[in-house]
Ligand binder design. Sequence first.
Ligand code: MN
Length: 292
Amino acid sequence: MRTRHTEKIISPPPVHFVGDGFRVHNFIPGVYPLTMARMDPFILLDYNSRHFFPPTNKPRGVGVHPHRGFETVSIAYRGRIAHHDSFGNSGVIGEGDVQWMTASSGLLHKEYHEKEFASTGGDFHMVQIWVNLPAKDKMSPPKYQPITNDQMGRYILPDDSGIIEVIAGSYNDVKGPASTFTPMAMMNARLKAGGKALFAFPQSYNTAALVIEGSIKINGTETAHTDQFVLFGNDGEQFTIEATENSIVLVLSGEPIREPVVAHGPFVMNTRTEIYQAFEDVENGRFGHLDD
Ligand code: MN
């Protein structure tokens, strides 16, 4: 197998707020060269780097909004998130847990800091990724996959130097619980200082790593620090990550869908007509109803 080299190591862009509860660095799309196409099927990545929110009785978050045509994957590293949707679903994403929401044909929802977490305040640290769907699945029924930390696949690295928590795809023989519409891998490498892991994905898969905590050396040569995003080239399959201090690294790799993308706010479709249809369907109540 050939080495997959880093194409670019990207420092976090300036933060902006989504609602009043998500203080995010928007890596995808926007930061060169991270267009929606460059990391296809991962078309958006908002990163709430570790941030302290003071106590409040009015939980911060983002109010009612629609989604159609893709999946949202929320990973909570610190803090807890509550959600409610227009079809009566609700839940809490706990610390260390993941919510894999398939919005597909459409829903309205709101996302907030969980009440108890909001009232005590604390560090909030999370990632939200939008995973695109192939045209044939964009209008499939919405569904949720709540993935608690203990349900993730666990690969123990030699000499107790760390673990790989597999959310989707597989690491060696260990599989993640998420079912996906197209082939992809999503995993957390939790490495102790000096711990090292080898990753291998097909060359065509778009691949990246986000340093959630700590510092890493990639392929023994380049260094990336907390909050930096490592974009890999498509020039090979395998790469190594070595922690130079205790580290957590989110690793993403996916087979590109390679279909036309027309995105407008919370809708990601294949044609402009489908975007107009989405607006009309929200108006006509086909996304259900949800009060603020
Ligand atoms: Mn949302």
